[in-house]
Each structure stands twice: as structure tokens, then as C-alpha cells.
Design a protein around this ligand. Structure first.
Ligand SMILES: [Zn+2]
Length: 245
């Protein structure tokens, strides 16, 4: 079956339009708007919004729908502007090289390769997704480096991403191939008006002979939903607990 992610069309159009606008406005922070920069921004945005797949050929009617969804377009614009700023302000050594060299750097020695981590931030009383959450991934108490700069840590949730977030941690060198190591990750979630939440998960990884450079969707780990409670509710619960004692 031939499927197509319609978000690609929408995001490509939106990112190109924004680059043209920013360029026309002579914004001093825009350092470059070459094809590589635009592609990096497009992948930055596509990594942060849920895909919408259609069977190829049936896309036309659906694409009218999504192109008319103003809230979706506003959210994509917000993510895209973030992307343009980040890509514009980051010196990338591969910037002038051909596109195939711009992907994750290949290293021909043993590494622990991580799957992508996907999760959702929900409100504990309504189970509705929360937007505007700041999510930080830590390992051994330190923020984790991502595979490349199109992935952010901390990352954010947006209205259209329905509280979803993803991380792709950078591979860590191993002594040799086939070594097993347990990694203990911590996720810190911060949202205005909510109790700060910490989430922990363990992941045993066996080292591979090289750094894995291709993102394989089969290789994604779904973290259990992270549920946040509004501060007042949390405080009331604490009071109740105390009075029961
Ligand atoms: Zn460029």
C-alpha cells in the first residue's frame, strides 16, 4: 500500500512561506535560508506533530480539509518559527555539505543506539492532552543530548500535537558490540499551573557495531502517559490525606 503523510505538504508549504516572509522582512537573526536549512526546519516540525496518513491518490479531498484548518496551521507556524530560529542560530558543521552528509554522523565503532521515546502529557482530572508543557529528558541527572539539532531537549507540547512529544537520544559509545547496559532515564515535566512531575523509566540496551543513523519507526518506545494535576487539586488532596490521619 502506498501511503503518504499529508502533513509533509502542509509543513513544507508553511515553512517555505515563513522563510520567505522572514527574509523579506530582513530579520537580522536569519543567517541563512538555503535548501539545507529549509529541509532541517521541515524535519524539525514533522518530528513534532502527529502524521496524518492517506492512501496516495486519495489525498486531494483530505488536503483541502487540513489546509483549511486554521488552528492546525497556527500551531504549525509556531513550531516552524521555533525551528527557523533554532536552525538559524546553530552553527552546523555539515551546513554546506551535500544533503546526504547532513544526517546523523556515522561512526564505525560500537555504540548503544536508542529508540525514539514517545509519550503524551495528560491532565489528571480530564485526561485531555496538555499543551505548553516543557519536557526535559535526563540520564544520570544530566540533560540528554539528542541525535541532531532538529530534536529538542527540553521539548514542548503544542495544541495540535495533542500533548504528544518525542525524543531521540544520541548514541553513547560502548566498549564492544553486544554489551548490555541498563539506562535509567528521568523525564521532568513543567507546565504553568500544574504540579511539577517526574517520571522514570529503565531501558536495557545491547550495543551495536556502529551508530545507527536511520530512524526506524518500528524502533520507537512508547513511554506510559504522564498525568499532571493542577496545583490546587494537589494541595487539596494533601490536606485530605493529613486530616484522615
Ligand atoms: Zn542554510
Amino acid at each position: 500500500m502506498n501511503v503518504h503523510n499529508m502533513m509533509e505538504d502542509l509543513v513544507t508549504a508553511e515553512v517555505n512561506a515563513l522563510y520567505d516572509q522572514v527574509k523579506q522582512a530582513n530579520s537580522p537573526w536569519l543567517t541563512c535560508d538555503c535548501k539545507n536549512c529549509r529541509l532541517d526546519t521541515i524535519s524539525y516540525v514533522l518530528n513534532r506533530i502527529p502524521p496524518k496518513y492517506v492512501v496516495s491518490g486519495r489525498g486531494v479531498t483530505h488536503s483541502n480539509e487540513i489546509f483549511a484548518d486554521h488552528q492546525l496551521i497556527a500551531d504549525i507556524s509556531a513550531v516552524a518559527m521555533d525551528g527557523i530560529r533554532i536552525i538559524s542560530s546553530t552553527k552546523r558543521p555539515f551546513h554546506t555539505l551535500p544533503r546526504e552528509d547532513c544526517e546523523v554522523h556515522k561512526e564505525e565503532n560500537p555504540h548503544y543506539n536508542f529508540p525514539t521515546f514517545a509519550g503524551t502529557i495528560l491532565d489528571g482530572s480530564t485526561f485531555e492532552p496538555i499543551s505548553g508543557a516543557r519536557i526535559l529528558l535526563k540520564l544520570d541527572g544530566k540533560p540528554v543530548d539528542m541525535v541532531d539539532m532538529t530534536w529538542a531537549n527540553p521539548t514542548q507540547t503544542f495544541l495540535s500535537t495533542k500533548g504528544a512529544f518525542t525524543f531521540w537520544a544520541k548514541s553513547i559509545p560502548a566498549e564492544k558490540t553486544g554489551e548490555s547496559r541498563k539506562f535509567e532515564f528521568e523525564i521532568e515535566v513543567d507546565v504553568e499551573g500544574y504540579e511539577k512531575t517526574y517520571n522514570y523509566f529503565e531501558l536495557p540496551i545491547i550495543s551495536d557495531p556502529t551508530v545507527k543513523t536511520e530512524l526506524n519507526t518500528a524502533c520507537s518506545v512508547k513511554i506510559r502517559d504522564i498525568v499532571l494535576f493542577k496545583r490546587e487539586i494537589f494541595d487539596e488532596d494533601k490536606k485530605e490525606e493529613k486530616s484522615e490521619k
